[in-house]
Design a protein around this ligand. Sequence first.
Ligand code: 5IU
Length: 250
Amino acid sequence: EEKTRLSYQQKFELAQHSVSKKLLETALAKESNLIASADVTTTQELLELADKVGPHIIALKTHIDIISDFDYQNTIIPLKEIASRHKFLLMEDRKFADIGNTQELQFTSGVFRITDWADFVTSQVIGGFESLDCFKNVGVVAIIGMSSKGTLTSNNYREEALKVALSHPNVIGGVSQNPIPEDILLFTPGVNLADSGDGKGQQYNTPEHVFKTLHTDFIIVGRGIYKSENPETAAATYKNAGWNAYLNSL
Ligand code: 5IU
C-alpha cells in the first residue's frame, strides 16, 4: 500500500516562495510536470528546441556554458521572449559549488550574468548554509542526490544536504533520486522511456517509476527529447506520461 502525496494544488497553497508558486501554477495551467533539459551547444539549436517544446514544458533547463556561440543579446534575449510566449520558466543548471563570495560572482558576473535571466538555479550545498545567501532573487534547487552510477551522494551526505536545503529560505526544491520531505519540491532527472543508461554512468527510470516510488514533482528529460527525431512530439509524449504518472500517484 502506498502513501498518498500532496497534490500540486495543495503544494501551491502551502508554497512560500514566489518561484515555487509560479512553477506549481504553471504545472496546473499546462497540466505538465515536464522540464526539458536543453543540452545543446549552439544558440540556434537552443532557440529552436525551446520554441518546439515550449507548449509542453513548465521549464527549460539550460547549461548555458556549453553554448559555443553564446552572446547575451543573441542568445538570452530571444530565449526570454520564447519563454514568456510559451509560459515556461528558465532553470540554469549551474550547480554552484563554491564559497558564497565566489558563487555570488559566478551568479552575477562574467558573460552569462545568470542573475539577469534565470528564474531558478541549481546549486550544490557543499559550501554550507551561508553559501546560498547570494541567490536572493531566484529560487534555488539544491543537489541532494545524483542519478549517476557510483555517485558520492550517500545516505549520510543526502541527510546533511537536506538539512541545509530545508532550512534555507532561498531553496525551493531538491534534485534527488530518493524521496524528500514535501516541504520542498522534488526534481528528478535520469528519466527516459527508451533507455536504461547511456554508457557514461547515467541511470534512467520511467516517469511512472519516479512518481510512484519517489513522489517526485517534476521530471527532467534531456536526450529523450532533444535527441529524438521529433522533439516536439517527444515532449508531448513525456508531458502526457508525466502527467498520467502524477495522477496515478495521488
Ligand atoms: N542531471 C542528471 N542527473 C543528476 C543531476 C543532473 O542527469 O543527478 I544533479 C542533469 C544532466 C543533464 C540532464 O543535463 O540532467 C539529464 O539529461 P539526459 O536525460 O540526457 O540524461
